[in-house]
Write a protein of this length. Sequence first.
Length: 224
Amino acid sequence: MNKSEKKRLKFSLIPPVFFLLIMWVVKILEYSFDNNWFVYGIFPLKVKNLTGILFSPFLHGDFDHLISNSIPFLFLGTALFYFYRKFAYKVFFFIYLLSGFWVWIAAREVYHIGASGMVYGLASFLFFSGLIHKNRALASLSLIIVFLYGSMIWGVLPIFEGMSWESHLFGAVTGLILSLGFARKQTFINPIETETFDELDEFSEPSISDDDYTKIHYFYTEEE
């Protein structure tokens, strides 16, 4: 990795690290004051909980929940800003807002919290975008995502108790729609300014453990 790539990687880390820092500060404050702020998450069709669209990604049921979200969020978020820097902020905030909005519109009437909706959105966007373009780096990234997070597909089905599969599903759908939407724009043709399959020599794969991230979104029933 040359100096230019290292600089790009450094700046690509800033947005996901910033979001992660807020998540951890929130959880530490909850723990320190013996509070649980799940009521600030998304509760579908409640007007007062529209703010949950903004707050829910920063709220987690416990530290295990937060840790299981942190690693994929950091990896996928950094990949987004590294490979798609021209419009990464737009994609990131569309995933942030739209996935939560659809949960507010159509999910079960329970509190939905956690960043895994964004994790699914990022994974979906990166995977499908990599399939769309004839670029070795992007195709390799898609394969890495399948290898590391292929088991996430089960998270979009209502088969795990205590998990907001709706957040996973709407996050994944958001990522897919965005990959198709941006693909229709000419600015998406060469997002990382590298050569095509025949001209690119190599691509260094990032190292990350192959953990199971399917059970990474909590919900809470409303207390009377």
